[in-house]
Write a protein of this length. Structure first.
Length: 101
């Protein structure tokens, strides 16, 4: 299976056609590529100039919830930027498209 990771502009349900492709991973199922996708999200956030010097982390992929309007993605992920002196963290939604390869 092929898993293509996309970064949203903060909210996965908005500006879907403008989401930025970040990485492509291959594996037998989502569990096989979970660690790589988490690493892709944290690396993507860490390499963003506006988050330089910040710690980053991410949640593992989950099936798209029924509360989401977007139907393009099969899985969603949450990237988190932890600024050292900010009152709150920055949350960025990511979407994952699964296709047979």
């Amino acid at each position: 299976m092929k898993y293509t990771l996309y970064r949203s502009f903060g909210n996965l349900d908005k500006q879907v056609k403008k989401h930025i492709p970040v990485a492509v991973e291959y594996g037998k199922d989502i569990y096989d590529v979970t660690d790589a996708l988490v690493r892709d999200v944290t690396d993507d956030l860490a390499e963003t100039p506006e988050y330089a010097g910040c710690d980053t982390t991410a949640y593992a992929p989950e099936s798209i919830g029924c509360s989401r309007r977007v139907k393009r993605y099969k899985y969603e992920m949450l990237g988190i930027v932890l600024p050292p002196n900010a009152p709150e963290n920055v949350l960025i939604d990511y979407g994952v498209i699964e296709t047979a390869e």
